[in-house]
Design a protein around this ligand. Structure first.
Ligand SMILES: Cc1cc2nc3c(=O)[nH]c(=O)nc-3n(C[C@H](O)[C@H](O)[C@H](O)COP(=O)(O)OP(=O)(O)OC[C@H]3O[C@@H](n4cnc5c(N)ncnc54)[C@H](O)[C@@H]3O)c2cc1C
Length: 375
């Protein structure tokens, strides 16, 4: 084996949004990193996600990912102000309103109750009947029984946002290296680098951020990294007429207007291993969902259909923190359906841990990777 480079402090395995955020926040702390990426930066879910930055759900108040979502939301607002200028990359951050639609009486009752709970917690959530929803957003012309309209939610182009994080990290000394990590070099209970085929890239610290492929690192680290791919498909359409910027959700499905007249329709949740092909069935069910609530979308031209893989951990909570029993090794993965939203606090927390050994960014206890090693 050859040794390549000894001056890099941190090697980040994986150039998705999580690896990019770690590199960005390490750069802020004056630490050089190398992102080793097997394909291309943002070639996985990070490049093809919907890019919706939803405030924490009312029902989720108090549960562990809630704080991570809340910090993510706040930090995205800050990054929207600073990152485009820092990186030279625009990523179409916008704030749009959305309505959560009820099609049945039971759903209406549940949404009304949610709006009341949310209002009591100081959230801006208002139940509107169907006519009021359509008056607010004319292209949602079949909004079932009505829905709950919330405070504006954020959204961005996740591909360009990931590129922006990487570009800003590069200007702070980071580098991207093409290659597939195949192992982690270690000596005396400490990491010394990562193996990329026949080469060892030296490092004082290593961060595993390989999305659903992070499961491969379990055998390298000697501790389980139980993430699995949860496939999701999105259909992009272009409306013949300019649409009011708005969005709607129905259960886990969503429609969101984007820039340039494009509308994102999603999604599916499929357990098909690492298969990331698109299917006609998914396209048809997504189109049926969207046109159920908007006849205008029935006139839209289909532009593209994509599929990609969310990294979902065994208990559906992210894994963010040090690897037990191996000094200098960290895991940052398992962000499932909201990795774009959660990327800033994850990146900052890992950078803090590497530099200071602790973080005040968020309570990492619920996300401790060691929870899967302890029985
Ligand atoms: C349809 C869909 C819609 C979504 N919408 C949203 C949304 O609206 N909002 C939101 O917040 N989140 C959303 N997500 C979730 C979000 O996309 C993911 O949580 C996030 O992108 C995960 O980022 P990651 O960096 O962990 O993984 P990835 O993006 O998968 O990146 C991992 C990288 O590691 C690389 N890699 C793998 N193995 C190796 C190796 N051995 N060596 C080197 N590199 C390797 C891969 O090539 C890849 O580039 C959505 C996901 C899907 C599927």
């Amino acid at each position: 084996m050859t040794n390549s480079g000894s001056s890099t402090d941190v090697v980040i395995c994986g150039g998705g949004v999580i690896g990019a955020a770690v590199a960005y926040y390490l750069g802020k702390r004056g630490v050089r990193s190398v992102i080793v990426e097997a394909d291309a930066v943002a070639s996985g879910a990070s490049g093809a996600a919907a890019g919706l930055l939803s405030p924490p759900p009312v029902a989720g108040d108090g549960v562990p990912p809630d704080e991570l979502r809340r910090r993510g939301f706040e930090m995205h607002e800050e990054l929207a102000e600073t990152l485009p200028a820092e990186s030279g990359v625009e990523f179409a951050f916008a704030r749009n309103r959305r309505v959560a639609i009820a099609a049945t009486e039971e759903q209406e009752q549940a949404l009304r109750a949610m709006a009341e709970r949310g209002s009591a917690l100081g959230r801006q959530l208002e139940w509107m009947d169907a006519a009021a929803v359509t008056a607010l957003c004319p292209w949602i012309d079949r909004p079932g029984r009505g829905g709950v309209v919330g405070e504006p939610a954020g959204q961005l182009d996740p591909y360009r946002y990931t590129l922006a994080l990487v570009a800003a990290a590069e200007s702070a000394g980071a580098a991207v290296r093409s290659g597939r990590v195949t192992g982690i070099a270690q000596s005396g209970g400490r990491v010394t680098g990562v193996e990329v085929g026949e080469t060892t890239v030296a490092a004082g610290a290593v961060v595993v951020a390989m999305g659903p492929w992070s499961i491969d690192a379990g055998s390298w680290l000697g501790t389980p990294v139980p993430v699995e791919p949860l496939k999701g498909q999105i259909v992009r359409v272009r409306s013949p007429e300019a649409l009011e910027p708005f969005g709607f959700t129905y259960g886990g499905d969503y429609v969101a207007t984007k820039e340039d007249g494009i509308v994102f329709l999603g999604t599916t949740e499929e357990r098909r291993g690492f298969d990331n092909g698109t299917t006609v069935e998914a396209r048809d069910s997504i189109l049926a969902f969207a046109t159920q609530f908007s006849s205008v979308l029935g006139e839209a031209e289909l532009v593209e259909q994509t599929a990609c893989l969310r990294p979902l951990s065994l208990d559906e909570l992210p894994m963010i923190g040090p690897v037990p029993g191996l000094d200098g090794a960290y895991v940052a993965t398992g962000h499932g359906r909201q990795g774009i939203l959660m990327s800033p606090p994850t990146g900052r927390a890992i950078a803090d841990l590497i530099v200071d050994g602790e973080t005040d960014c968020l309570d990492l206890d619920p996300f401790d990777p060691a929870r899967f090693s302890e029985g």
